[in-house]
Design a binder for this molecule. Structure first.
Ligand SMILES: *Cc1c(COP(=O)(O)O)cnc(C)c1O
Length: 371
């Protein structure tokens, strides 16, 4: 079964095999291992001496909440371009943490306009931060965090990047973006490892400045940092998912062998085969080609009365391809991930399976219903 969902993704067998061992996290060997792993991740983020890698048990929401709590003061205000479903999640996480999210409204298929961000920052000096989703997994649009970062830097504000579905494929060089307090991500998307462990690559000066902000011990990245200073960089705060870290290390070996740019090229090739393939079946992708990113393709639900998302998902699953049985767009769509240990041939196979599934369900009217 291939997982064509934008996380958790299809992984290589060698990555999964790394789970099959008992590990003592407090053993000296584990400490050496974690120190090295943190260094590998720091280098992938383009981190410098000014940065550190902070691991946090759990998922992308957890590390995003931790970054919001650590770098914003209670009651602090953050501008969040409303790029889609994952920006909405950042907005909710900020609000429930007692921070004040200020959404910047925009169209679902639009890329964030750096000038619009600059205008709002100029008009509102109380906004300390901008929260950016790099790859909006809701829509499939990639946002230019370098260009937005430049206006944030010019305005003397700070930025937090949700790089959950970007890190490992899209470029990130934190050494050139001093305005970024932290970029956050997980192991189970473009790094092609397993879910359950998240990371922030963060500025040390900002972690020190943020001590006491979090209002939560579990979600305090300053405390994760202090712990590493006190007990050593290979020491984990609270029990770690040690096997997942071992699997991530193997996944990073594959990442090193492939290279970030080649991984992005592979995902882009996957997306093209899928995008062109669904069009050849008479289906309509949600995004125009110029806005379509390499991570996920949303396809408009066919207008045929026989269309049933779960039935389509089941018909694909019986052919070896699993896609999401929900969507994150305002119009009905089905969503197909292009990331993970898969290549263009797999995507061509998925398109053939979609053709068979549509026939099996008797979907003749493939155009979406007009609004
Ligand atoms: C997947 C994802 C998340 C959330 O990750 P979970 O591990 O499901 O909590 C956050 N942001 C983006 C952009 C994502 O793609």
């Amino acid at each position: 079964m291939l997982l064509l969902i934008p996380g958790p993704v299809t992984t290589r067998p060698q990555v999964r095999q790394a789970l099959a061992q008992d590990i003592a996290p407090w053993d000296n060997e584990s400490r050496t291992f974690l120190t090295r792993l943190r260094g590998r991740i720091l280098r992938l983020a383009g981190g410098s001496d000014a940065h550190t890698t902070l691991p946090l048990q759990g998922c992308g929401h957890f590390i995003t909440e931790a970054a919001l709590r650590t770098f914003l003061s209670p009651g602090g205000r953050i501008l969040i371009p409303a790029t889609g479903a994952y920006a909405d999640r950042m907005i909710r996480l900020a609000r429930e943490a007692g921070r004040i999210p200020v959404p910047l409204p925009m169209g679902a298929a639009d890329a964030t306009d750096p000038l619009a961000v600059a205008r709002v920052l100029a008009a509102d000096p109380t906004l300390s931060h901008v929260g950016m989703v790099y790859s909006e997994t809701g829509s499939g649009v990639i946002h230019d965090v370098q260009a937005v970062g430049a206006v944030v830097r010019a305005a003397g504000r700070r930025m937090i990047i949700d790089a959950v579905s970007a890190f490992g494929a899209l470029p990130l060089d934190l050494s050139t973006q001093p305005e970024v307090d932290a970029a956050v991500f997980t192991a189970n998307k473009c790094l092609e490892a397993l879910p359950g462990i998240a990371f922030a690559v963060a500025r040390v000066d900002r972690l020190e400045a943020g001590a006491g902000n979090a209002g939560s011990w579990s979600f305090d990245l300053s405390n994760v940092h202090e712990h590493a200073l006190r007990s050593g960089p290979g020491s984990f705060r609270f029990t770690p998912p040690a096997q997942l870290l071992a699997a991530l290390d193997v996944a990073l070996d594959f990442h090193d062998d492939e290279g970030r740019a080649a991984r992005l090229a592979r995902y882009t090739a996957n997306m093209r085969v899928l995008y062109d393939g669904v069009r050849s079946l008479g289906l309509t992708p949600m995004l125009p080609p110029e806005h379509q990113g390499p991570v996920i393709v949303n396809v408009r639900a066919p207008g045929d009365p026989a269309w049933d998302l779960q039935a389509f998902v089941d018909a694909l699953k019986s052919r070896g391809y699993l896609i999401s049985n929900f969507y994150n767009t305002s119009l009905p769509t089905f969503r197909v991930g292009c990331i993970g240990a898969i290549g263009p041939d797999d995507m061509a196979g998925a398109v053939r399976a979609m053709d068979q599934a549509l026939r099996e369900l008797g979907i003749k009217q493939r155009e979406p219903v007009q609004e």
